[in-house]
Design a protein around this ligand. Structure first.
Ligand SMILES: NC(=O)c1ccc[n+]([C@@H]2O[C@H](COP(=O)([O-])OP(=O)(O)OC[C@H]3O[C@@H](n4cnc5c(N)ncnc54)[C@H](O)[C@@H]3O)[C@@H](O)[C@H]2O)c1
Length: 365
């Protein structure tokens, strides 16, 4: 698959982020790209995620800025649009920042790209959560053509969907070769707790469930289970997701949408149990009520279309992926803590890890 990118110019918008940086590292380590352009404003990412490689052309700033867009070479062949305003809670705290970095990013990028003549594919990171049915009964796998509600629990979710709508418009009207890749819950190395600027809530530090649980478990804490851990998700290892993105770029049909899912439903309770078992954390979990904004219940993605049309299948089991993420977290814990501490004014609670890390470093190494 990586041979398809041989000697090509690739742009990754949001390439310093969690998924974006994994994609960039893969394109550089195994691929033979000629130039890898990365645009990022470090809103929810860190500089050290940007690969150091002579083929990288890093442009610091927002993709909504006309001066940034005008710097991009017109002969780019592949674009991966991974920029967003991370995440649901931040978007509720500041819907306008979400509009600027999650909706306008898509509109301005697609509008600029319509005039690029060498484009082979533009892959947009869409979100499965914006489409999934909201249920607490038995969940069915969410297919690509599932009905979409007009009622959403966060501006983030709205923006991800609007990105798809703008993409469809630019595809139909201008022939933009856009493919939408709908992610489920991605986890893995390079998701750094606290990465980027303060975005209004403690979720700036505690980004997603997997890195949060791993960090807390490594520090012997009770894992907090909203809605008593009764919700479920489809967890997909980032290495699989980025391979899925490449499959979308190479085999995806313009105008189409594909789920990048593991197809495995895992309850948050099960997830917590697995992480605590792997780490050896014996502190009982902390059962809590449901979050007021979250009605998404149980969900997982259908894998049929991606398997059939892209030849894509997630390969890494949750057990293996969690093991690799735990190992990476232990290795990176000092860097992660340093990043978390940049928000200590707003989340003073993180200061206690300075002491814990010094005291019990041997436990987390
Ligand atoms: N991680 C998941 O589980 C998941 C699930 C569904 C969808 N997605 C989508 O996948 C993409 C990547 O997610 P992620 O988890 O890597 O998030 P991330 O926050 O780590 O990455 C997003 C990147 O975009 C950058 N960015 C934000 N605003 C920008 C702007 N105006 N101009 C340029 N760059 C900007 C951020 O600094 C960051 O580096 C996002 O579009 C997200 O909505 C992710």
């Amino acid at each position: 698959m990586l041979m398809s990118f041989e000697k090509s110019k690739v742009l990754v918008v949001g390439g310093a982020g969690f998924v974006g940086s994994n994609l960039c590292h893969l394109l550089l380590s195994e691929g033979t790209v000629k130039e890898l352009w990365i645009v990022d404003n470090f809103l929810s990412s860190v500089q050290r995620n940007v690969p150091r490689d002579p083929r990288v052309r890093f442009v610091f700033g927002s993709i909504t800025d006309a001066r940034i867009l005008s710097q991009l070479p017109r002969d780019i062949e592949y674009v991966f649009h991974l920029a967003c305003y991370h995440g649901n809670q931040s978007s509720i705290a500041d819907p306008f920042a979400d509009l600027e970095n999650n909706t306008l990013t898509s509109l301005k990028l697609f509008d600029a790209l319509k005039d690029f003549s060498s484009l082979r594919k533009v892959v947009y990171a869409a979100a499965g959560c914006a489409v999934a049915e909201k249920t607490y009964d038995d969940a069915k796998p969410t297919t690509e053509d599932a009905p979409v509600s007009l009622f959403h629990d966060s501006p983030y979710s709205i923006s991800k969907l609007v990105g798809e709508l703008y993409g469809n418009f630019y595809f139909r009207r201008y022939g933009l070769p856009l493919v939408k890749a709908r992610f489920q819950n991605v986890y893995g190395p390079r998701e750094i707790l606290g990465a980027g600027q303060w975005r209004g809530t403690s979720h700036t530090v505690w980004r997603n469930v997997v890195p949060t649980f791993i960090w807390k478990s490594l520090h012997g804490e009770a894992l907090p289970l909203d809605n008593s851990g009764n919700t479920s998700r489809d967890f997909i290892f980032v290495e699989d997701t980025v391979k899925g993105l490449l499959a979308c770029a190479v085999n995806g049909k313009a105008g189409e949408v594909y789920n990048l899912a593991s197809g495995v439903e895992t309850s948050i309770f099960e997830l917590a149990k697995m992480i605590n078992t792997f780490i050896g954390n014996q502190t009982p979990v902390d059962l809590r009520p449901a979050r007021d904004w979250d009605r998404s219940g149980k969900r997982f993605g259908s894998v049929d279309k991606a398997r059939e049309k892209l030849g894509f299948e997630a390969k890494v089991s949750l057990a293996e992926g969690l093991g690799r993420t735990i190992t990476w977290t232990k290795h990176e814990q000092e860097n992660i803590l340093r990043t978390m501490l940049t928000h200590s004014y707003f989340v003073p609670d993180v200061l206690r890890y300075v002491e814990t890390n010094n005291r019990g470093a041997e436990n987390v190494r």
